[in-house]
Design a protein around this ligand. Structure first.
Ligand code: VG1
Ligand code: CO
Length: 544
């Protein structure tokens, strides 16, 4: 094989964020930019030579050329075999499934997830380890250090590999297998859920759904699973063609970006379940007829009902949630008598807990839920979980959630995002907030008394590693809480996320609009953090 060593220089900005390296496509298109990062990944690993690597992405613009570049680098660096999703496609959970199923040493996933795509938009790359999950912090830090010192990368000569045709090929000594991107994942879903129960209900229309693939990667997965294997009518899946620019839309399944679906769920023609997934298929939004389920509630409902579903009939070992996620699931864990872990934002922090068998279900407020079946959050899995649950209980989404609130209390919840902020102004806001933390405890406001205020730090109970500076927590009486942190996935300016929550145990008071129920806390967040003053904004860009 023709191995070429190319001299290069560090870029200095290749620090992975919450979920891999995300930049504008134009940044990735600079000569050597992608190559430097991929070489830095190989240099951070010690056991990949001769082994299997999984490669795929969400199909966004630049996916295809990036994939060819990575194949050449992989061959020159001594990878034994690469499994590539057909057409370069693998949803993030499917990639996790394939890594685990074929004993790969890891995988490279090309995605910027919920960020928009296209020549002027975003691209991303992340490395997943042999357990199928996002590389832990010690690996991402090693990748970053390598990227600051890199002076050469290795690549191979040769032409392009045809990634659209299933089958085997070679790049020099390295085998390339183009695999069906959907089958392994669909088979796994069929193991976890009761397809026999759901199929007659879905095919006869007794249980109806609308799944919005948002022109992103889940289209082919949804067609195979929901339409072909479960027999739902064709119109049950919308925007099911993966497009390089997601049709110009923002592939982020929330109330702001899945507007058509939300409108349909509030119309006379609303099906029983509405759902959407994001660019790379790991997020989910769940809606009922005229009803929105917050992701935090969705996790809690899943935990409370898991035993009704075949894949989880044995019960849950434990649960985990990211710190900003509402504490609704904590209440379920308390009642079930199982442990509940609080981790920093980002799926990589769940990996050790899942591997150690300490948890079965986990989730984040950012439309992410998952289980120990893979090591990523999983959008379609969540949709199937809900469908199976509705089929078993024979109730509507709203009935299931309201009954849950009556039993466990309702954790009113909202997240306010301030996007595209001046980076300096956002940093100044956080610095001032941190400086004022010691004075907050004991102060009384209309929203209640502040009991505790800190900067969240996490010690991993499995490997003892610590991660500090993971977000400001302000805890108030009455199980109310305000959390503030800066996003680690954006590609321009800074995004401030403000998470607000309050418990309401009285069923008579559980039917309010969260923005109303939480208004005192929303005002207090602005008061304490000086959001308007620092950012010049009078309202958030997105409310979820
Ligand atoms: C966001 C979410 C976080 C999620 C991450 C990756 O990160 O808040 O919960 O794990 O996106 O999701 P941040 O740092 O911007 O808040 V995905 O679907 O974009 O890979
Ligand atoms: Co995603």
């Amino acid at each position: 094989m023709d191995i070429i060593t190319v001299k290069t220089r560090p870029f200095g900005d290749q620090r992975p964020g919450t979920s891999g390296l995300r930049k504008k496509v134009k940044v990735f298109q600079q000569p050597n930019y992608l190559e430097n990062f991929v070489q830095s990944i190989f240099d951070a690993l010690d056991d990949y030579r001769g082994q299997t690597l999984v490669l795929g992405g969400d199909g966004r613009y630049f996916n295809r050329p990036a994939l060819q570049t990575i194949l050449r680098l992989a061959a020159a660096n001594g990878v034994g075999r690469v499994l590539v999703g057909q057409g370069g496609i693998l949803s993030t959970p499917a990639a996790s499934c394939v890594i685990r199923k074929y004993g790969a040493c890891g995988g490279i996933i090309l995605s910027a997830s919920h960020n928009p795509g296209g020549p002027e938009a975003d691209f991303g790359i992340k490395f997943n380890a042999a357990n199928g999950g996002p590389a832990p912090e010690k690996t991402t830090q090693a990748i970053y250090r390598n990227s600051l010192e890199i002076s050469r990368y290795r690549t191979a000569g040769g032409g392009e590999i045809d990634i659209d045709r299933l089958g085997a090929a070679r790049v020099g000594d390295m085998a390339v297998e183009v695999i069906d991107a959907v089958t392994d994942y669909a088979d796994m879903m069929q193991q976890l859920f009761d397809f026999e129960l759901m199929r007659p209900l879905l095919s006869s229309g007794r249980l109806s759904l609308c799944f919005d693939a948002m022109n992103a990667v889940t289209g082919p997965y949804a067609r195979e699973i929901l339409l072909r294997r479960l027999g739902a009518p064709a119109a049950s899946v919308i925007r099911d063609q993966p497009l390089e620019d997601f049709g110009g839309a923002h592939p982020d399944p929330n109330l702001a970006h899945a507007g058509d679906l939300v409108a349909r769920m509030h119309s006379d023609a609303a099906p029983d379940l509405g759902a959407a997934s994001d660019g790379d298929g790991d997020r989910n939004m769940i809606l009922g007829n005229g009803f929105y389920v917050t992701p935090s509630d969705s996790l809690a409902v899943m935990a409370a009902n898991a035993q009704l579903l075949p894949g989880y009939a044995a019960g849950l070992a434990g649960v985990a949630r990211s710190m900003p996620t509402s504490r609704a699931v904590d209440r379920v864990a308390g009642e079930l008598g199982i442990p509940c872990f609080e981790t920093p934002t980002g799926w990589k922090f769940f990996g050790n807990l899942l591997d150690a068998g300490k948890i079965t279900l986990c989730g984040e407020e950012s439309f992410g839920t998952g289980s120990d079946h893979v090591r990523e959050k999983d959008g379609l899995w969540a949709v199937l979980f809900w469908l199976n649950l509705l089929a078993v209980r024979g109730e509507s989404v709203a009935q299931v959630v309201r009954a849950h609130w009556r039993r466990f209390g309702r954790n009113y919840y909202t997240r306010h995002d301030y996007e595209g902020l001046d980076t300096g102004a956002a940093a100044a806001l956080m610095d001032a907030l941190k400086a004022g933390l010691p004075q907050l405890a004991g102060q009384r406001f209309a929203a209640g008394e502040i009991l505790q205020a800190d900067d969240f730090s996490y010690r991993d109970p499995v490997d003892g590693s610590t991660s500090s500076g993971q977000g400001i927590r302000i805890m108030l009486a009455g199980e109310a809480r305000i959390v503030l942190r800066l996003s680690g996935t954006g590609t321009s300016g800074a995004t401030l996320r403000v998470y607000i929550e309050k418990l309401e145990s009285d069923p008579a008071l559980q039917g309010q609009d969260p923005q109303v129920a939480l208004q005192d806390l929303i005002a207090l967040a602005d008061n304490i953090a000086g959001i308007g003053r620092h950012t010049g904004r009078s309202a958030p860009s997105v409310i979820t």
